[in-house]
Ligand binder design. Structure first.
Ligand SMILES: Cc1cc2nc3c(=O)[nH]c(=O)nc-3n(C[C@H](O)[C@H](O)[C@H](O)COP(=O)(O)O)c2cc1C
Length: 237
């Protein structure tokens, strides 16, 4: 389902009838809030423990459009113009998915292959995504210590995410340190709720410009020492 919480007016058609509601603007008066597009890709969300709760924590976040790719395209028949228009309308793109074979679920690959067209996303005339930012938000079965050179998976998460980082870097996008929930298997409900809260706080802080991106860039993942990264340290809801 596509939920756009950004406006009450009906904008240019994107092929569906999303629920629109106007997001409040930044009350500090300076910069307008960033518009965030969350692209969720989970092939079996009904069986998910973690991604479902992460998604529930952010799907109605103000200034955010929530887009469930497997729900929109169960047959992988991606509407390229609609997806490109959504990308054009947002500053921050979040790719949320479980880590599958050190990569994304296949629909994200299909989406990339079709949507990131030459002459639009890259190439001489392909400037549509320049200056935007991309955040990977992933969950892994493997524990954090398994993603080390001397660990079970031999590579760090950041190394394994390099194809995504470089794909969007080629399109002129800034790749943020990923939001990673490790050790998905056997996690308690309380731990999952904690990660869902952190996810919401991270996206709120990115939207509001209150997350210290320079400090975050020195960390392996965004959701490490989050209290130190978020300037006002306030939590919403
Ligand atoms: C097909 C498949 C491949 C997977 N590959 C990996 C992997 O490469 N690394 C890893 O840490 N976990 C892997 N897992 C575990 C999932 O990442 C984990 O089940 C998921 O993040 C849990 O999230 P959920 O509760 O939202 O489904 C894999 C799971 C499946 C079903």
């Amino acid at each position: 389902m596509l939920q756009d919480t950004r406006r009450t007016d009906v904008g240019p058609g994107i092929g569906v009838r999303p629920v629109y509601s106007r997001a409040p603007r930044n009350t500090h008066g300076a910069e307008p809030m960033n518009e965030t597009l969350i692209l969720l890709a989970h092939p079996a969300l009904e069986k998910s423990r973690i991604n479902r709760q992460l998604a529930d924590a952010v799907r109605n976040l103000e200034g955010t459009t929530f887009h469930d790719l497997y729900e929109a395209y169960p047959d992988f028949d991606v509407d390229v113009r609609r997806e490109q228009q959504l990308l054009e309308e947002h500053d921050l793109v979040v790719l949320q998915h479980p880590f599958f074979w050190y990569s994304t679920p296949p629909l994200i690959k299909q989406w990339e292959d079709l949507v990131l067209e030459h002459g639009w996303a890259y190439g001489l005339q392909g400037t549509a995504l320049r200056g935007k930012r991309l955040l990977s938000a992933i969950t892994t079965g493997g524990r954090e210590d398994a993603y080390r050179p001397d660990g079970h998976n031999r590579f760090t998460i950041r190394q394994l995410l390099a194809p995504i980082e470089q794909t969007f870097a080629l399109c002129g996008m800034e790749y943020l340190p990923p939001f990673v929930v490790h050790g998905a298997l056997g996690m308690t409900d309380e731990e999952i709720r904690g990660h869902a809260r952190d996810y919401r706080r991270s996206l709120e802080a990115l939207r509001d410009g209150s997350l210290d991106l320079e400090a975050a860039g020195r960390q392996p993942r965004l959701n490490l020492r989050l209290d130190e990264l978020i300037r006002d340290g306030e939590e919403d809801g």
